[in-house]
Design a protein around this ligand. Structure first.
Ligand code: MG
Length: 311
């Protein structure tokens, strides 16, 4: 039984193979990535962001995007998605059979410029142009599920605190493009539950937005607040949470610090709260311990750490 008015069930979007690996210096063989993704799906993860169709020289750990996508075994009820930075990336993703894509922008103007060399307005305009090339079904509807990451929604390494109004404004523009899902991201892991409430207060009033089915929280555990922030999100009816297996993916602005919320930590919390995720924690831990061996280094997640120590 879930407590109080928490959602009975949530969706976890596993971002380890993309967001986790892109911040690693280690370049893993394609076969190892595929075996890892298989184990993650086997543990019950239903939505996995498997790679990014970036220019191969830009992010060497993800240079094999097409090979990874081609090597995936279709599974009932499992969605493979990929990050797509531009039209060429979309072409690659579509050619590889990907029908769920993610785009990337920010709530901080400076972060957006430094990251994708575009203003926020330019990034949204790029999305509009990009989505014109999306496949259509017989009725003319877009045959492509689109999620947008809004990075730095709570704080920016260059600008500091980000006002909730800035987040709302980007959300408004993305909703106008009929983006299916907005991933509100704490890129540098500065948010506390008060910030989660503040941003949700501002975002939930947007016309045409269904908070429970369209807004994901992408949290980082850099300062140890990710799980507290998940609780705040659950209390507000958020039912989509991003996480990376093992907590893979350091924060690029704080070397050595943990980055992405670890999927095992998230599942442990949800299990304890009686919120269903469909993920089997033991299988997920087994996958993580196996992956550590392949990676040749320890994963930062807490639950993985406890399992490794035999506690
Ligand atoms: Mg991340």
């Amino acid at each position: 039984m879930s407590h109080g008015s928490l959602p009975a069930r949530v969706r976890i979007v596993e971002v380890g193979p993309r967001d986790g690996l892109q911040n690693q210096t280690t370049v893993l063989p394609t076969a190892t990535k595929l075996a890892w993704i298989e184990r993650l799906a086997g543990a019950g993860l239903r939505e996995i962001e498997v790679t990014s169709f970036v220019r191969p020289d830009r992010i060497p750990p993800l240079a094999d995007a097409a090979e990874v996508a081609a090597g995936l075994t279709p599974r009932d009820g499992v969605t493979w998605s990929a990050l797509v930075p531009n039209a060429r990336g979309l072409e690659g993703a579509l050619a590889a059979g990907i029908r769920d894509i993610s785009l990337f922008t920010a709530a901080s103007e400076t972060f957006c410029r430094k990251n994708i060399n575009a203003s926020i307005a330019e990034s949204v305009e790029r999305f509009r142009v990009l989505l014109e090339a999306a496949p259509r079904d017989a009725e003319g509807r877009r045959d492509l599920r689109v999620r947008a990451y809004l990075s730095t929604c709570f704080g920016c390494p260059y600008e500091g605190a980000i006002p909730a109004e800035a987040v709302v404004e980007v959300c408004r523009q993305l909703l106008a493009l009929e983006i299916d899902e907005l991933a509100i991201s704490d890129t540098i892991g500065v948010a506390t539950p008060a910030d989660i409430h503040r941003v949700i207060d501002a975002v939930e009033a947007l016309p045409g937005l269904d908070l429970g089915s369209q807004v994901a929280l992408h949290l980082h555990d850099t300062r140890g607040t990710a799980l507290a922030n998940v609780c705040a999100g659950l209390e507000r009816g958020i039912s989509i949470f991003d996480a990376a297996a093992g907590g893979l993916g350091g924060c690029p602005y704080a070397p050595g610090a943990s980055g992405n919320l670890a999927t095992e930590d998230l599942v442990y919390l949800l299990d304890g709260l009686g919120v269903e995720s469909g993920v089997d924690l033991e299988s997920l831990i087994d996958a993580g311990l196996w992956f550590e061996q392949e990676l040749g280094s320890r994963l930062p997640g807490r639950v993985i750490g406890a399992a490794r120590a035999g506690r």
